[in-house]
Design a binder for this molecule. Sequence first.
Ligand code: PSU
Ligand code: MN
Length: 304
Amino acid sequence: MKQFLKISNEVAEALAANKPVVALESTIISHGMPYPQNVETALTVEKIIRERGAIPATIAIINGMLTVGCSEQEIDYLGRKGLEVTKVSRRDIPFIVAKMTDGATTVAATMYIASLAGIKVFATGGIGGVHRGAEKTMDISADLDELAQTPVMVVCAGAKSILDIGLTLECLETRGVAVVGYKTEDMPAFYTQKSGFKVDYRLDSAEEIARAFYCKNAVGLKGGILVANPIPDEYSMDSDYINNNIEEAVKEAEKLGIHGKETTPYLLDKIQKLTAGQSLESNIQLVYNNARLASDIAIELSKM
Ligand code: PSU
Ligand code: MN
């Protein structure tokens, strides 16, 4: 495994000294936001994590190497190339490594690579889940199965209502994955603080969340925990406005016959266009918010 794993000096030293490290994904850079906001956001997230007292580790595949701790140049490259960089989920990893090419890693692939490096906490925006209409299409993100088997805690702002949030929660329950609400009982819906669904556990401090994860490992349970951190009030969007736009994006995707791994990037892009960039600002702010909480959790975990 070590053969194809490249950990930056900064991250390797932090891990060896049991310092807090926060993993970050790269699909959000290449496929989740437009250039140049994607690069600005990725670099600012790293800065926020450092200021908070943890070490950031942006993860991607570069020249066939599973790279943990991308450099500023690599982040810039992934952001500029955008959709030209292959979106890599778990199943895609070996093919991109074999071709010695580049890949932007999803939540699933980032979790897997983070776990190879020994990183336990990961911050992102939103996770993949059960798509609307999955009763017929079976379109369920590999992120959910990864959460069931890989011991990494994922801090997100819930899931966009491009997904069926109720079915996503059912799937997580079946897989033994708990959803923790940070200071809330409500499952957030990315752009808004509430989805109409409840989380499994409400915890009010980073320390309690770290302890739950520590205990999960200590009792021999594999897999991760999903931490749902609602978007800060000042950046949350009007739920009718955003949901109408999401509705339109989903209809358009159906009409165009978009399916498989193209679905999520198509919907993310379409929603940004429909809301004339309004949703992008919310998206950026919630990622910063998740980076802060993930740093605090990683710091608490490093003391246990
Ligand atoms: N949801 C978002 N923003 C994102 C993604 C999902 O709000 O950037 C990305 C993440 O990388 C996630 C992936 O892991 O899309 C899920 O893709 P799929 O549904 O194809 O598994
Ligand atoms: Mn899918």
